[in-house]
Write a protein that binds this ligand. Structure first.
Ligand code: TPP
Ligand code: MG
Length: 307
């Protein structure tokens, strides 16, 4: 656990560079899976997850590379999974959208919006029943708050006083729909209606402030066993799925992106970038090499572990 800026920066840069490598490799078609990149959204992921203990459990969405890497998932196995190889996390059967590393508390992700919310709720309920001092963290997008199950989970977590943190990555978008065209409610008021304390950050790049808020929230949830909600404003740099930019689609403006980019520490903090870049490059190149050399699953693997 660290709120030290350099450690958070190194982790966020590592995630950015791993996803930039995915973008570079993607046109070769070696990656056998659709990819939803977190580029632009890594700093807050590093700052939030950096405050958790190994036994704390995280559940998230298809946009999950950042969460997986920050929680301690193996980068080599991630690349092998993206390549569809037998040495991948799920023997190449899950692909980019369903990463997991239960041994370090990254419990899973789903392509179905909000599908992992009840899983996080169940984990928090189990922690409570078993009197474990761990917390469960659900990390989902702003779109997930429109699903009925989101309100059901807020209600149950509050009613049963569960050690659960709802983190909402508000990038203002659900595929091509802007939040203003989708939501008639105020998330803070919604959380408070369920008696769930609400925290927020309007600056997804402010790793120190997010880490400090997160550290306080995690300590409070652990101590009092009550849920909280932390909304973080952020910016998705790439298209919803895939590795390109899509400003030509007309659903968002380049000027909004430019405002975020102008203050992106992973672009502008040259001193720290230069300090950590080559070590991270080595780790990524090793992971890609591992994925390239790994074998594809044989035909006999097809129906194993799936039912
Ligand atoms: C239950 C369900 N409804 C609709 C979809 C189609 N869908 C996939 S991603 C997405 C947008 C979700 O937006 P958000 O939760 O904000 O996450 P982001 O992609 O912005 O990270 C939608 C509607 C789905 N996968 N599952
Ligand atoms: Mg969104």
């Amino acid at each position: 656990m660290s709120t030290a800026y350099e450690e958070l920066f190194r982790q966020a840069l590592r995630i950015r560079m791993a996803e930039e490598k995915i973008a570079e490799l993607y046109p070769s078609d070696k990656i056998q899976s659709p990819v939803h990149l977190s580029i632009g959204q890594e700093p807050h992921a590093a700052a939030v997850i950096g405050q958790l203990r190994k036994g704390d459990e995280v559940f998230t969405s298809y946009r999950n590379h950042a969460v997986y890497l920050a929680k301690g998932g193996d980068m080599k196995k991630m690349f092998a999974e993206l390549y569809g190889k037998a040495d991948g996390i799920s023997k190449g059967k899950a692909g980019s959208m369903h990463l997991c590393a239960p041994e370090v508390g990254m419990m899973g992700a789903s392509a179905i919006v909000s599908a992992t919310l009840p899983h996080a709720l169940g984990a928090a309920y189990a922690f409570k029943i078993l009197r474990k001092k761990n917390i469960a963290v659900s990390i989902t997008g702003d779109g997930s708050t429109e699903e009925g199950v989101f309100c059901e989970c807020l209600n149950f977590a509050s009613l049963k006083k569960l050690p659960l943190l709802f983190v909402i990555e508000n990038n203002g978008l659900a595929i091509h729909s802007h939040i203003g065209t989708r939501q008639a409610f105020d998330l803070r008021k919604l959380a408070l209606a369920y008696n769930i304390p609400y925290l927020n950050s309007d600056e997804g790049f402010d790793m120190t402030s997010i880490a400090l808020k997160m550290r306080g929230a995690a300590a409070r949830i652990r101590k009092t066993s009550t849920p909280m909600l932390f909304e973080i404003r952020t910016c998705r740099y790439k298209q919803h799925v895939g590795v390109s930019e899509d400003f030509d689609k007309g659903y968002r403006s380049r000027s909004e992106f430019n405002k975020w980019y102008a203050r992106d520490p992973l672009v502008h903090n040259k001193k720290l970038i230069n300090k950590y870049r080559s070590g991270i490059e080595k780790e990524i190149n090793n992971a890609v090499d591992y994925a390239e050399k790994a074998r594809f699953p044989g035909r006999g693997e097809l129906l194993k572990d799936v039912c």
